[in-house]
Write a protein that binds this ligand. Structure first.
Ligand code: HEC
Ligand code: HEC
Length: 459
């Protein structure tokens, strides 16, 4: 999604800009010479931090490409609409809510049949979902892997998809009519929550749950939205006009759920871009955008603490899979002991590995890690300071009781998770309290102020 060209030239130019700014101050020095010293000191560490950011490929985010407003309008309507769920009781926005900063503030989500919103949502007649709901910020076209285990991906060079639905996969998919609408990994992702029994498909008894396979689920949803017999039987007039505006000239019978998913992706891309964090402003040339603590934290993050080995690139993620011995709780994707990427690749090297999360707006999107084990950034940083002690001592303190009761304390699982750690997170980091607070300040500099108050309808 982001332009990676000319990173080093860009950073050099920025360094130069800062120097020019300093010398400007020097020249019109009606001010006292003493004021210059701290500025120059700041300049030196600024240059160091810019160098570290540049080495890690961290660039200021640019706004995503403009999205077709008719697609966005359709996508917005679908995203917030419970009609997309079998029992009409849950929408995408239930688990990715504006009030929850595009997540749900729960350790692991609660699917169809649950009641209440965000922190107040309870299982009722539904169930917990295996994992934590990730935020939706900055997930435009450049992201090629979706989900904690990367089970939906798109090769943006060939357009080939890899998904849990084989008819969509490869360069010549069996259902090319559907796959051709899935023009990004983000669009492909939107096909799957509606097909998940626990997330949106709902209880036995509704026609979406009764559908025989994924393609039948998607067809049944389109029958709900636009109707059958070219829109003359059933369906909703409002959706017919939204789809017509988004896909002018396409007959209703030629629309499939891929068209809906593509519109949802356009909405997510347009509404949940966040490109004005203090770090972005710093990268754009404003040395005062970051506090001294955030700068010191940034130097630790990309230096001694080694975070930038995995949290790199514009989104602070390498989009790869690693083990950090994050605690396990909730139902888990493989019966309580979630083995992450291994479940998709079958490779022993991937056991307990999860995709490195992007860190933009991370301040807002607690709880953290794939099962939402940690409720504060300070707790995540403390975990990294000594991952073995962090995992062994973890007991879910501070979590809601129904989640705390599900913490996996099985000793052999814990040992297996420790064995699966990336070598970079094995040695205790020996960070003192000040250094941990500085890293926290750096993570907080990734917050776009506009993300603090998202509009309830994604407008
Ligand atoms: C029951 C709660 C729930 C509902 C409803 C739900 N999601 Fe999610 N969403 C999740 C969880 C949990 C994950 C992570 C699952 C995993 O990685 O295994 C997720 C993952 C995602 C991701 C991947 C983000 C990333 O960084 O990889 C996107 C995008 C997304 N959801 C969008 C949607 C859309 C669009 C809908 C509606 C069509 C939707 N979700 C409905 C809970 C939900
Ligand atoms: C070896 C790669 C790697 C290194 C090094 C690393 N991380 Fe991570 N980070 C990950 C992965 C993978 C996860 C998700 C793991 C999971 O949920 O099981 C993660 C999760 C996180 C999260 C939670 C984000 C969320 O949305 O849930 C934060 C915050 C974080 N890391 C910060 C840091 C900091 C600070 C450091 C340095 C002290 C660091 N990371 C070092 C790979 C890494």
């Amino acid at each position: 999604m982001r332009n990676h060209i000319g990173k080093s030239t860009r950073a050099l130019a920025l360094l130069l800009l800062f120097c020019v700014a300093e010398s400007c101050k020097q020249q019109d020095s009606s001010t006292d010479a003493g004021a210059l010293a701290p500025l120059l000191l700041g300049g030196a560490s600024d240059a160091q931090l810019l160098g570290a950011l540049n080495n890690a490929g961290v660039t200021a985010l640019s706004a995503p490409p403009a999205q077709d407003p008719a697609l966005v309008a359709l996508g917005r309507s679908l995203f917030f609409d419970k009609e997309l769920s079998g029992d009409r009781n849950i929408s995408c926005s239930t688990c990715h809510s504006p009030a929850g900063f595009t997540g749900d503030a729960l350790s692991t989500s609660i699917g169809a049949g649950g009641t209440g919103e965000n922190q107040l949502r309870v299982v009722s007649s539904g169930s917990m979902v295996a994992r934590n709901a990730p935020p939706l910020f900055n997930l435009g076209a450049g992201n090629t892997r979706m989900f904690w285990d990367g089970r939906v991906s798109r090769d943006n060079a060939t357009g080939a998809l890899t998904t849990p639905e084989s008819t969509l996969n490869g360069i010549t998919p069996a259902r090319a009519d559907v796959a051709s609408q899935l023009t990004s990994a983000l669009a492909a992702q939107a096909m799957f929550p509606v097909a998940s029994d626990v997330e949106m498909r709902g209880a036995v008894g509704n026609e979406i749950r009764a559908a025989a396979d994924n393609q039948a689920v998607w067809a049944a949803l389109m029958a709900r939205l636009v109707g059958t017999n070219n829109g003359t039987t059933g369906g909703m007039a409002a959706y017919r006009s939204l789809f017509s505006a988004a896909y002018p000239g396409v007959a209703y019978d030629d629309l499939n759920f891929g068209h809906a998913a593509r519109a949802i992706a356009a909405f997510e891309t347009a509404s949940y871009a966040a490109v004005h964090s203090p770090l972005d402003e710093f990268l754009r040339g404003n040395p005062n955008a970051l506090s001294a603590d955030a700068k010191a934290g940034g130097l630790l993050f990309f230096g001694r603490a080694g975070c930038g080995g995995c949290h790199r690139g514009p989104l602070l993620s390498d989009a790869n899979f690693h083990g950090i011995a994050a605690p396990q709780l909730g139902p888990g994707a493989s019966g309580g002991d979630d083995q992450g990427r291994f479940l998709i690749s079958g490779s022993a090297n991937d056991n307990y590995h999860f995709r490195t999360p992007a860190l933009r707006n991370v301040e807002l999107t607690a709880p953290y890690t794939h099962a939402g084990a940690y409720t504060t950034l300070a707790a995540v940083i403390a975990h990294y300071s000594d991952t073995a002690t962090g995992l062994r001592n973890y007991n879910g303190a501070g979590l809601r009781a129904d989640y705390a009761a599900t913490v996996d304390t099985n000793a052999s699982h814990i040992q297996a998770r420790l064995n699966a750690r990336d070598p970079r997170v094995v040695r205790p980091l020996g960070l003192n309290a000040t250094e941990q607070a500085q890293i926290e300040a750096f993570l907080k500099s990734l917050t776009d102020p506009s993300a603090r108050n998202l509009s309830p309808d994604g407008n």
